[in-house]
Write a protein that binds this ligand. Structure first.
Ligand SMILES: [Zn+2]
Length: 204
């Protein structure tokens, strides 16, 4: 985790001064603190009295329909939407900061949508899983990483060996790419301990 890194870099100050928008992407495995980092940035924007709108895909009903939440329990009010087009339709013209959680559950049109918002001068922050349970890039996150001005990769701790974890290990049998769940269906693993299919959960 990068503490305090993102709040006022030289580049961002310059961009704000000339009215340019930009895209920030926060990616990592499950339990790596992505949503927590997103919520932290959104709360700071609120404190700075900026107008913030937050979205999440309707598929993610884990915690609350109206809030985004981190595994550690922080929350932020959000609007559930089904598609990138629906998200764009909900944007208000005077919004300065747009937050999007669980970006991997959106369609590929999200890439065009965030580019458009940044071109209109908005700061867009997208958090999401960079890889699925087999370790394959999880679209549209790779494409978002390409168009983003700023990228943060968050890491978890491998529950098997304690190393830096970069993978979401599925611990229940399922071939579905999207299997919404948290500690009941996944655990964080490092490159050495990860297997690209379901594996028994680590004991203890
Ligand atoms: Zn490990």
């Amino acid at each position: 985790m990068i503490e305090g890194y993102f709040d006022d870099t030289e580049e961002r100050r310059k961009q704000r001064q000339n009215g340019t928008g930009w895209i920030e992407v926060i990616v990592g495995s499950m339990f790596s603190g992505k949503s927590e980092e997103l919520i932290r940035r959104l709360n700071r924007a609120r404190i700075a009295r900026q107008k913030v709108q937050v979205f999440k895909p309707k598929i993610d009903a884990r915690y609350s329909r109206e809030e985004i939440a981190s595994h550690s329990g922080q929350t932020h009010t959000s609007l559930p939407v089904t598609t990138a087009a629906e998200l764009l339709a909900e944007i208000e013209h005077d919004t300065q900061v747009v937050g999007i959680d669980e970006g991997q559950f959106f369609d590929m049109e999200l890439v065009e949508a965030v580019n458009r918002l940044a071109a209109e001068g908005k700061r867009v922050i997208v958090a999401g899983l960079d890889q699925d349970y087999t370790g394959r890039p999880f679209e549209p996150m790779p494409q978002l990483l390409c168009v983003a001005e700023f990228i943060t990769k968050t890491h978890a701790i491998c529950v098997k060996c304690g190393s830096t974890a970069n993978y979401s290990q599925r611990t229940v049998e399922s071939d579905a790419r999207v299997e919404v769940g948290a500690a009941d269906k996944y655990e964080a693993r490092c490159r050495k301990c990860f297997v690209p299919h379901a594996d028994a959960p680590t004991a203890g």
